[in-house]
Design a protein around this ligand. Structure first.
Ligand SMILES: NC(=O)c1ccc[n+]([C@@H]2O[C@H](COP(=O)([O-])OP(=O)(O)OC[C@H]3O[C@@H](n4cnc5c(N)ncnc54)[C@H](OP(=O)(O)O)[C@@H]3O)[C@@H](O)[C@H]2O)c1
Length: 260
C-alpha cells in the first residue's frame, strides 16, 4: 500500500527533534506540506533544512512555545497564510516530568497542564472549524503509556496524559460527523533526545547504550523503539488509509504497557 498525503497541510508541534521531527519527515516524504513548531529557532531551522533537502517537500519552521495561547494563535495564523488551512494536526510537544507527588507544586502542575493538555485544546480549537467546513481532518494526540497505566511517581505527566486521552475520545465522537478523525498514540520507550537528557541527569557515568540496556527489561520486544517506527503509524492515521479509525489510543511501546 502506498500511503500518500499529497495536497494535505500538516502542523506538527515539538518538531525539531525526536518523534515530532520523524513525523514531519514522514509527512513531507508522503507529499504533505508541513508546519513545524518548537521553541528553539536554531535546531528547528536545522530540522526544516534537513527535511526539505531529504524530501524536496515544503516545510515551514515556526518558533512557538505551545504553552502560550498568544504564540499558538500567531503560529497557526502564519502556517495558514503561508501554506493553507491545516488538515492534519499533531499535538506532540512535551517533556518528561515525573516526580514524587509531594514535590509537585501548583506551578509545576500548571506548567504540565499548559504544555500537554491546553496546547492541544487551543490548537484544536483553532484548526477544527476549518476541518469541519472542509469535511476532512486528522488530529493525533501524542501521549504516553502512563495515560492508561500510571505508576508510582508518574504525576503530573500521567494525569495530564490521561486527560489527553479523555479529550481524544470526547472530541472523536463530536467531530466524527464532520469527517474529522481524532486518535491518540501512546509512547513507551523510543530513542530520542528525551532519553539522552535523562541519561545525562540520571547516570552520566554510564555510556548511553548501557543506560538504555538497563531499561529495556520490561519491553517484550527487547529493545528501544526508533522514531521512524512511531512515525509510520502516525502517517497511516493521518492518511486516507486510516479512514475507519477514530477515538482510539494505540500503544507504540514494544508491548511494554500492562494495559492494551
Ligand atoms: N521518547 C519517548 O520514549 C517518550 C516517552 C513518553 C512520552 N514521550 C512524549 O512524546 C513527545 C515527543 O517526545 P520526544 O521523545 O520526541 O522528545 P524530544 O526529542 O525531547 O523532542 C521534544 C520536542 O518538543 C519541543 N518542545 C518542548 N517543549 C515545548 C514547548 N513548550 N513548546 C513547543 N515545543 C516544545 C522540543 O523543542 P524545544 O525544546 O526547542 O521547544 C522538541 O522539538 C513528548 O510529548 C514526550 O513527552 C516520549
Amino acid at each position: 500500500m502506498d500511503i500518500r498525503l499529497d495536497g494535505r497541510i500538516a502542523l506538527v508541534t515539538g518538531a525539531s527533534f525526536g518523534l515530532g521531527r520523524a513525523m514531519a519527515h514522514a509527512f513531507a516524504d508522503a507529499g504533505a506540506q508541513v508546519a513545524m513548531l518548537a521553541r528553539r529557532a536554531a535546531p528547528l531551522a536545522a530540522a526544516e533544512a534537513e527535511i526539505s533537502d531529504d524530501t524536496g517537500g515544503r516545510v515551514l519552521a515556526i518558533p512557538c512555545d505551545v504553552r502560550d495561547a498568544r504564540q499558538i494563535e500567531v503560529a497557526v495564523s502564519e502556517a495558514t497564510s503561508q501554506l493553507g488551512p491545516i488538515d492534519i494536526l499533531v499535538n506532540n510537544a512535551g517533556t518528561s516530568r515525573t516526580m514524587p507527588f509531594l514535590e509537585g507544586t501548583d506551578e509545576i502542575w500548571q506548567d504540565d497542564i499548559d504544555l500537554k493538555l491546553m496546547a492541544a485544546v487551543r490548537l484544536t480549537r483553532l484548526v477544527l472549524p476549518g476541518m469541519r467546513e472542509r469535511r476532512w481532518g486528522r488530529i493525533i494526540n501524542v501521549l504516553n503509556t502512563a495515560a492508561k497505566a500510571p505508576r508510582s511517581g508518574s504525576a503530573p505527566t500521567s494525569v495530564t496524559r490521561a486527560a489527553g486521552m479523555a479529550l481524544t475520545k470526547a472530541l472523536a465522537q463530536e467531530a466524527a460527523p464532520w469527517g474529522v478523525l481524532v486518535n491518540a498514540m501512546l509512547v513507551g520507550f523510543i530513542e530520542t533526545n528525551q532519553w539522552r537528557e535523562m541519561h545525562q541527569k540520571q547516570a552520566p557515568e554510564k555510556d548511553f547504550s548501557a543506560f538504555i540496556e538497563s531499561r529495556i527489561a520490561g519491553v517484550p520486544l527487547g529493545r528501544i523503539g526508533q522514531p521512524e517506527e512511531f512515525a509510520a503509524l502516525a502517517l497511516f492515521l493521518a492518511s486516507d488509509a486510516g479512514s475507519y479509525i477514530t477515538g482510539t489510543a494505540i500503544n507504540v511501546d514494544g508491548g511494554m504497557s500492562p494495559v492494551v
